[in-house]
Design a protein around this ligand. Structure first.
Ligand code: IPD
Ligand code: CA
Ligand code: CA
Length: 264
């Protein structure tokens, strides 16, 4: 497998997708909802996913693709090469703000993350990593993350997880919010992971993410020494929705041990 070639190919595909997304603001965007009224999808999410799939199927016919909008393959095991794609992560931001959304892509072989990309389309910030070769923001290598105590940490968390919810003890989450330096919520899991990797925030947690939300970000975050697990402390299985924590080393353990209490 020539990973350098796949890396160059994936980067140029993502840039092309970014161009299409920016141009879409000059066209009619149709908005639908999926699981509930606030779960938005647009014709652009679908068109971008189809653009990726047609190219990847043409040029890498034996690779599989798992895409959020469902045009890819149905995958039940992680054997072989799998491209995990979120064509637009942060669709609500895409629709409401026209910024703060990203293309997110991870390329895995037999469950091991080899290449990861998060493209913040409107800022033209391209985060990328190849396993064992470091992570980059555009052409600059991202430094290894250092240990930060909770009192000095800024945590990415949605307000939904501070309110009573079916996944975790929200009183403990309130304590977490009280003990950290501050919280932020950007509305795109991929961007929040990119921010952890680049040191803009120190951790990001969510009770419910899908493989395409985290696949690219995990490769990037791991290259700078961030710890990525579900809330039980296990490696994410990448075959369905689950809880998720990414954080600097030390902080990750402190959050899991003292503040994240899952319900049964
Ligand atoms: C969503 C965003 C959001 C996160 C949701 C995701 P989408 O992805 O990443 O920040 O809280 O869980 O589903 O639907 O915009 O691709
Ligand atoms: Ca997403
Ligand atoms: Ca999406």
């Amino acid at each position: 497998m020539n990973w350098d070639n796949i890396d160059r190919y994936a980067k140029s595909l993502i840039k092309e997708a970014g161009h299409k997304i920016r141009n879409s603001f000059f066209t009619q965007i149709n908005i639908d909802s999926k699981a509930d009224a606030n779960d938005l999808v647009t014709n652009i999410d679908r068109e971008i996913e189809q653009f990726f799939i047609s190219r990847i199927k043409r040029d890498f016919p034996d690779h599989k693709i798992v895409g959020e909008e469902g045009f890819g393959d149905k995958v039940e095991v992680l054997d072989g090469v799998i491209w995990m794609l979120d064509p637009i992560d942060g669709t609500m931001n895409f629709v409401h703000q026209k910024r703060n959304f990203a293309v997110s892509l991870g390329i895995y072989i037999d469950g091991i993350g080899m290449l990861g990309y998060i493209y913040d389309v409107m800022r033209d910030d391209f985060y990328s990593a190849a396993k064992g070769k470091g992570a980059y923001l555009n052409d600059e290598r991202l430094p290894q993350l250092e240990i930060t105590p909770l009192e000095q940490a800024v945590i990415g968390i949605s307000a939904s997880w501070i309110a009573p919810n079916r996944y975790a003890d929200h009183e403990k989450m309130i304590e977490l919010v009280r003990h950290c330096r501050g919280t932020r919520s950007y509305g795109s899991a991929a961007i929040e992971m990119a921010y952890v990797a680049s040191g803009r925030i120190d951790a990001y947690i969510s009770m419910r993410l899908s493989p395409w939300d985290i696949a690219g970000g995990m490769v990037i975050a791991q290259e700078v020494g961030a710890v990525t697990t579900n809330m039980k402390g296990e490696a994410p299985h990448l075959l369905g929705q689950e809880t998720f924590v990414v954080a600097r080393p030390g902080l990750h353990e402190e959050m899991l041990t003292n503040y994240i209490h899952l319900k049964d």
